[in-house]
Design a protein around this ligand. Structure first.
Ligand code: ADE
Length: 418
């Protein structure tokens, strides 16, 4: 079996951590048991490009239990948990190509290693597999029947491929399931981003000014949790609706140009490029801490920062201190890569349970319905979303009410007014 991981000797540690995550993934575990019995993915080749974490390992084991032939590479050079990658190779016989800290070239070599397995389905987090297939490996297209996409950034890329008429096989936007983004993007990113910033810096958040750029689901989660830690949260936005929502949620809203002068912590979560730029770094206070928790590291203009810096040093793991020509120091966390996975362990398993239940059920859906699907981006079928919510509640021991016959009639009828 072909693979490329850091050190197989760490596989035992990885296995224990995977087991720990699994204990908090009841919905995925139920799917795995059914997959084991029914083998709905028998012989199906799946290429996955995801953050290689304990939760991803549980998903890979689930797909394999369903009979799939899976291979896995990282969806970010800094997000791999090396012991987990080793455990998947050693204990599950799953080909993994991922090493934490891999450079750009190795990152793409690993993507190509997964593509060399000639996948029939892709599972992406950021659309790097799909885009590599369409730009460099188009010989694989005839075999490809479908794919799934985990994150907002990837869905945006794929929708733009579909709009340009370039997308050559159907994709389900897992990110857009309510049981995904309401929980993973908000509570997962909220907690794991704060976790990453604290692990990297060990700085006190209480009383600090914490600037959140972007008030989408991820930004909302981080703003909410930063407030919970006692920070004064400032939100920057470009869209009037979420900006208004941030105001009414009780946050201070201002442009980044103003926020740059007062912030102690900065975190971008917009999915866009050049959110915090050279002109903003120049305004920041000495010692400002700058992180990104959006999918790609383009949100921070690190080239611009370098161009105004005299020197740079790693002052502690995951903290690069830039000494500016104006004498101030700016601390960039995790090379501007998503800080929740670079310096912490990503979202907790309880939310990934729902995200990855969506992944497993959407792949099963695509395998069953491949002939009926066109070359476009599909939403997650509503019955999958509802089923996951129901099963999650059941696993938590929470019972909810049912509509009475009278209520059903009332909702279905227009006749009754005041
Ligand atoms: N994205 C964010 N957190 C994650 C995790 N724990 N596993 C996989 N992908 C993630």
């Amino acid at each position: 079996m072909d693979y490329d991981v850091k050190d197989l000797k760490t596989a035992k540690d990885g296995a224990l951590r995977i087991e720990w995550a699994n204990q908090n993934m009841p919905v995925l575990n139920r799917i795995r048991k059914r997959f084991n019995r029914e083998k709905p993915l028998q012989g199906v080749r799946i290429g996955a490009c995801l953050h290689v974490t304990t939760e991803t390992a549980s998903l890979m084991q689930t797909l394999k239990a369903g009979g799939a032939k899976v291979s896995l590479c990282a969806s970010n050079p800094l997000s791999t948990q090396d012991d987990v990658a080793s455990s998947l190779v050693k204990h599950d016989m799953i080909p993994v190509f991922a090493i934490k800290g891999e450079n750009h070239k190795t990152y793409y070599t690993h993507i190509n290693s997964v593509l060399n397995t000639k996948p029939q389905f892709t599972m992406d987090d950021g659309a790097d597999l799909v885009s590599t297939i369409h730009t460099e490996r188009s010989e694989l297209l005839p075999e490809l029947k479908g794919g799934t996409e985990e994150t907002t950034t990837g869905v945006i890329r794929l929708r733009s491929m579909a709009a340009d008429g370039i997308l050559q096989y159907p994709i389900i936007a897992v990110n857009d399931a309510q049981t995904k983004h309401y929980f993973d993007n908000r509570y997962g990113t909220g907690q794991s981003t704060i976790d990453g910033i604290i692990r990297a810096t060990n700085r006190l958040m209480a009383g600090a000014k914490f600037v959140v750029s972007g008030y989408g689901w991820c930004g909302r989660g981080v703003a909410m949790r930063a407030r919970g830690m006692g920070s004064n949260v400032i939100v920057t936005e470009v869209d009037p609706l979420p900006a208004l929502e941030a105001v009414m949620d009780g946050f201070t809203v201002m442009p980044i140009r103003k926020a740059a002068k007062v912030g102690d912590f900065f975190c971008s979560l917009t999915g866009d490029i050049g959110v915090i730029r050279k002109e903003h770094f120049l305004l920041m206070k000495d010692g400002a801490i700058v992180a990104n928790s959006g999918h790609f590291n383009v949100e921070l203009d690190l080239k611009g920062l370098k161009s105004i810096s005299k020197s740079k040093r790693v002052i502690r793991p995951f903290v690069e201190e830039y000494l500016l020509e104006n004498g101030r120091r700016i601390n960039v966390l995790g090379e501007g890569r998503l800080i929740n996975l670079a310096a912490a362990e990503g979202h907790p398993s309880s939310v990934m349970d729902m995200s990855f239940a969506n992944q497993a059920l959407c792949i099963e859906f695509m395998v069953k319905n491949k002939k009926a699907l066109s070359k476009t981006v599909y939403p997650v079928p509503e019955e999958i979303d509802k089923r996951i919510a129901r099963e999650k509640l059941a696993a938590m021991g929470i019972i909810i009410d049912k509509l009475t016959a009278e209520q059903k009639n009332y909702l279905a009828s227009w006749k009754m007014g005041t």
